[in-house]
Ligand binder design. Sequence first.
Ligand code: PMP
Length: 351
Amino acid sequence: MEKIVQPKSSINAIKKFSIDQDIRKDKIKLDLNENLMGCSLKVIEALKKITCEDIAEYPNYNNFLEKLSKYLNINKDNILLTNGADDAIKAVMDGYLESGDEIIIPIPTFYLFELYSTFLGAKKILVNYNEDLSFPVDKIIEKINQNTKMIIFANPNNPTGTIVHQEDIIRILDKAINSIVLIDEAYFQFSKKSSKDLIKQYENLIIIQTFSKGFGLAGVRLGYIISNKDVIQNINKVTLPFVVNGLSIVAGSAALDDLEFVNHYVGLVKENRNYLTTELSNLGVETYPSYANFIIANFGEKNNLIYEQLSEKDILVNNVSKQPMLEGCLRIAIGTKCQMETLIEEIKNLL
Ligand code: PMP
């Protein structure tokens, strides 16, 4: 038999993230940090009005870009639309990372940062978060040198839920003058803080945001990159033409017309997060302060058992116990009050 054609060698180093959506059906899905209150009904109304022509034609992004630019208070030349934040991460790395380039990644963090830099053959400089899960700014600054091509982190961070303070970001930017500083702000609506305005002072700063979390549009896949004009133009060259589909634009545009929905959801997350952390603390389970729509809860030695038994009760959470600093921990998305009460009842029974 003929030898089958081998893929690129860097693929061998990759373990594909996959999730069985059939298994998740009809369960309490606290595993993927989705918006468990759904999305604005205005989005559904807008999608219902789509015409055959809208579907048949290649998308026109201009009106949406205008609207997004007003929402962000950022010039539209400083924005590039992407197929979710995932695609934004890929686009930035495709544009700037070459094989052998050094990339600093504080861990634990979003898996894709490591995965895609591995694929590109970059040299990963992994820096552990501090023991108390605070951002390891000093350790990062120590690692920045003339070979550092990129520093990437999430603010708020997934899975820790912690934030990076503005003064720490500025310290990094001031040191990393020859590197790209990429900040993934997928959860910025929960922390209500963004570094997007710093792009005016720092040409090497790139911000990524998404419609998946606060707006509840994970299913439509819509994200964007914010940076200075030159960076945006460079990254635009490596993204595919029409990478964002027309339906996402319709959904995103309607979502921007209903910011009240986002505010309401963010308020509920805060309320239900407080409820969950207080109840867990009453049960002797340690949690960490979170600025996102999920929390980290430390179940210690009982962690794996709790994870499996919750799953048997159709409650899905994310077992992050194998990640650095997070031994014994589960990541739990914040859902409706009713979902949080069900979760607490089950945990009470299991403990
Ligand atoms: N960045 C972070 C930090 C995330 O946690 C996630 C998704 N969980 C993403 C990016 C991907 O977001 P999107 O759905 O917009 O691709």
